[in-house]
Design a protein around this ligand. Structure first.
Ligand SMILES: Nc1ncnc2c1ncn2[C@@H]1O[C@H](COP(=O)(O)OP(=O)(O)OP(=O)(O)O)[C@@H](O)[C@H]1O
Ligand SMILES: [Mg+2]
Length: 306
């Protein structure tokens, strides 16, 4: 090689893009070498933030798929009438499909509505259909309206031969009866926060609601996991938001943050998670790392047992 092409190669080796690529391949390598254990009962996480478009659904489906890839048995409950989680997991959810609506309103058992995702045999989904849009109102007059999902989930899990390792409930961006059903059925709140302006707005309202649920409906509920999403490390703002979140929630926030990535946003239009669509992309690697962190941290300890 001539001196000039040597110089060009050296400059390229030291360029930000090259360093990023090398970093990504080192992280992929570490993931390949990572082993995780699944034991100690089913963890039920509700993925909630009443702010819209912060990455609740994207985080639900990608972390669920990554955990299934690691060997865990995972159920995703799509509790949003938009049905985006069902779509992203490749699950048919036309209006005549048995769904979470039937479970909540028609006393159908979860076993009769659950479907296996084509992504992975260990990844199950209880889909949502458009009928769910009316459920907020229909639930009002039902007996035990806040606990219907909880009761159905307990019955389903009791009937399983092989226990689930994880249940993720993808909530709509509101704090109505659907979200309250999710809070009642879960033991952990998983809170995705978009690293942008106003990220923390409305958070105190959510935390207040979690407190209220703990007091009146579900004393075991705890905000266990916070994930920074759509993070753009080039902006000072994203770093400031990340610092602020870490300051307020040092124990809950995951080390991994999810970068903004085109691959992540285009995967659902192929009915796939990014874990399948482009497993080596920066977004997929980050979601796989977040999944490992969640599994390794384990369930939060019960109160008084610190
Ligand atoms: N890391 C990412 N990089 C790029 N785009 C992303 C990323 N995460 C999410 N998005 C995109 O941002 C939009 C909102 O994401 P998502 O649907 O997961 O949010 P949500 O909180 O579930 O929204 P809603 O409140 O409507 O349920 C989607 O178009 C999604 O594809
Ligand atoms: Mg959503």
């Amino acid at each position: 090689m001539s001196q000039r092409s040597n110089d060009v190669a050296a400059a390229f080796d030291d360029s930000p893009i090259m360093r990023q690529l090398q970093d990504l391949s080192a992280r992929r390598q570490r993931l390949e070498e990572t082993d995780v254990d699944f034991h100690g009962g089913t963890r039920v996480l509700t993925v909630s933030n009443q702010k819209g478009g912060v990455g609740k659904t994207t985080s639900t489906v990608n972390i669920a798929a990554a955990i299934a890839d690691l060997g865990g048995r995972v159920l995703v409950i799509d509790l949003d009438p938009q049905g985006n989680a069902s779509t992203a997991l490749g699950i048919p959810h036309s209006s005549d499909t048995a769904s979470v609506y039937d479970v909540l309103i028609n006393d159908m058992s979860i076993a009769d509505a659950v479907q296996q995702s084509p992504e992975n045999e260990r990844l199950l989904c209880l889909p949502s259909t458009i009928h769910l849009a009316g459920a907020e109102i229909e639930l009002v007059s039902q007996v035990a309206r806040e606990k219907r999902l909880d009761t159905a989930l307990i019955e389903y899990m009791d009937g399983l031969e092989e226990p689930l390792d994880f249940v993720f409930i993808d909530c709509p961006p509101s704090l109505g009866l659907l979200t309250i059903n999710a809070f009642s059925a879960a033991t952990e709140v998983f809170l995705p926060i978009q690293a942008e302006y106003y990220a923390l707005e409305g958070l105190s309202q959510l935390l207040g609601n979690v407190k209220m649920i703990q007091k009146h409906l579900n004393p075991r509920l705890k905000v266990s996991t916070i994930l920074l999403t759509m993070y753009d490390g080039r902006t000072r703002l994203a770093q400031q938001v990340a610092d602020e979140v870490r300051e307020h929630f040092p124990d809950e926030v995951l080390q991994t943050f999810i970068p903004r990535s085109v691959r992540v946003s285009e995967a659902p239009s192929f009915g796939q998670t990014v874990i399948t669509y482009d497993p080596n992309s920066a977004g997929a690697v980050a979601y796989r790392e977040a999944a490992v962190e969640i599994v390794k941290r384990g369930a939060p300890r019960k109160k008084g047992k610190k």
